[in-house]
Design a protein around this ligand. Structure first.
Ligand SMILES: Cc1cc2nc3c(=O)[nH]c(=O)nc-3n(C[C@H](O)[C@H](O)[C@H](O)COP(=O)(O)OP(=O)(O)OC[C@H]3O[C@@H](n4cnc5c(N)ncnc54)[C@H](O)[C@@H]3O)c2cc1C
Length: 441
């Protein structure tokens, strides 16, 4: 009997791969419905993976990313896309290789997973919270539910998620369960998260978006630049794709007690000289126009007013009244609007939890705990965190898939185990260690 704790993407995929090898599987979810967080992903559209090359996937994860090598070998982004395609859900590739369902609905992804769970006759217990995993002499025995009842199991996969968006059910239970069983927990911090700024300016700019800009974060001599993309000002800071994807580095620096500054480059494709040339051309072509109306062609009106204010140019100044000093100041600002970063928004609002169960204590080839036989982990609870762009869900699906297939490394594995790694039935011979997989056609 295999029990899976947590009905998110990692848990559902673990249940599907476990049941595809004809195991008796129970999926336990504490909410009334499976996959609540999945429905929120990608702004409700679900950026389920990224089309980058298979080897490149690992480079989109934190330092511990190489832990995922075997999970990606077993089930990578192409496998995930064909998993959905074979079951009738086509996907589309968007900017930066992000993959979305063609329906633009996260609910299509969830519905398909639920359909598969049903098809494989996986028993699902909803409104059921697991309190503990019971272990005897370092071997998994059963799970204890909140209501005090016990279900026996020879294999338990914990896929209970991280700590953010608590209302979706991710309240850190799995991490507590793992810690209680003697696993090391790498400190939990928010990831892919909006930032707050020291300045009062964002309040006035709330809702203003800047497109095709670049962010440069600095902490002492350290520097991290985002790619080109968009940001949006919030009530007390900034969010938007390039803010979220740069946030991990900023969180690390803030945690180290460093003071972090931010410079926004409004014209990252041009150097200051080229920026000046573009501005001069615009200004001389409409010299009687108010400057702020010219700037509006580059940035939204509220931001153009801010640029004038910061460069101490009167708001109603006409283009032909601009002095060369004022023009230089304005160009400086186009390349560098400066803020100090105060913090991140609350953990609750982070898209992912960084940190979690130490990868040193999990066998990367099976996802089994190195401390407890028969106990496996999958998904966001593990200390690997991906970039913004579909990588977190890919990791959840891949680790779930591998955990579902794997059998304990402590068992006598002379016999081959029958698995489905690439959508075909194949036979895999574990050889020990993380490089254990060999496929027989
Ligand atoms: C707003 C938002 C947008 C996001 N967008 C994207 C995106 O577009 N692309 C991307 O790759 N990632 C995205 N993510 C991240 C992604 O959703 C997570 O990385 C992913 O859901 C992790 O999957 P998981 O199965 O490990 O955990 P979860 O999805 O958190 O699932 C864990 C499940 O376990 C259940 N559970 C917890 N404790 C217990 C217990 N004691 N007993 C029983 N059940 C329990 C929970 O109720 C939950 O259903 C987004 C996250 C957020 C918050």
């Amino acid at each position: 009997m295999i029990i899976i704790i947590g009905g998110g993407p990692a848990g559902m995929m673990a249940a599907i791969s476990a049941a595809s090898t004809q195991n008796e599987v129970i999926l336990i979810e504490k909410n009334e419905h499976l996959g609540r967080k999945l429905l929120l992903t990608g702004g409700g559209r679900c950026n389920l993976t990224n089309i980058c090359g298979s080897e490149d996937l690992i480079h989109h994860f934190s330092k511990t990313g190489s832990f995922l090598r075997d999970a990606f070998k077993a089930f990578d982004n192409n496998d995930l896309i064909s998993f959905f395609a074979r079951r009738g859900l086509k996907t589309r590739i968007e900017e930066d290789g992000r993959v979305f369902p063609v329906t633009d609905k996260a609910s299509s992804v969830l519905d398909l997973l639920i359909e598969e769970v049903k098809k494989l006759k996986i028993k699902v217990l909803v409104n059921t919270s697991v309190k503990e995993v019971i272990v005897s002499q370092s071997v998994v025995k059963s799970v204890l539910r909140e209501d005090g009842t016990i279900i026996e199991a020879d294999k338990v996969i914990v896929a209970a998620g991280g700590l953010s968006y608590e209302a979706t059910g991710s309240t850190g239970d799995g991490i507590r369960i793992a810690e209680k069983l003697g696993h090391t927990i790498v400190p939990l911090t928010p990831g892919i998260v909006a930032l707050t700024l020291e300045s009062t300016l964002p309040e006035r700019l709330e809702g203003v978006s800047l497109n095709d800009v670049k962010l440069v974060f600095k902490a002492g001599k350290k520097k991290a630049a985002s790619g080109k993309g968009s940001i949006i000002f919030t009530k007390n800071g900034i969010s938007g794709p390039i803010t979220l994807s740069s946030s991990s580095k900023v969180v690390d620096w803030l945690n180290e007690g460093k003071k972090v500054s931010l410079e926004i480059d409004i014209m990252p494709m041009l150097d200051p000289k080229e920026t000046e040339e573009v501005l001069i051309k615009k200004i001389s072509g409409s010299s009687v126009k108010k400057l702020k109306n010219i700037l509006k062609e580059f940035v939204p009106m509220r931001f153009s007013e801010l640029l004038l204010e910061l460069s101490k140019i009167p708001q109603d100044k006409k283009a032909n009244q601009l002095t060369s000093k004022e023009r230089k100041d304005l160009i400086m600002l186009f390349k560098k609007v400066k803020f100090d970063v105060a913090n991140t928004v609350s953990f609750e609002k982070a898209q992912i939890t960084r940190g979690g169960i130490s990868v040193k204590e999990i066998d990367p080839g099976t996802m089994e705990s190195k401390k407890v036989k028969g106990l496996y982990f999958a998904g966001e609870m593990i200390d690997v965190d991906g970039d913004c762009g579909g990588f977190s869900l890919q990791a959840a699906f891949s680790t779930g898939y591998l955990a579902g297939l794997s059998r304990t490394r402590y068992e006598d594995l002379d016999d081959s185990i029958f698995v489905d790694r690439k959508g075909h039935r194949g036979i895999i011979f574990p050889k020990g260690g993380s490089e254990q997989w060999q496929k027989e056609q």
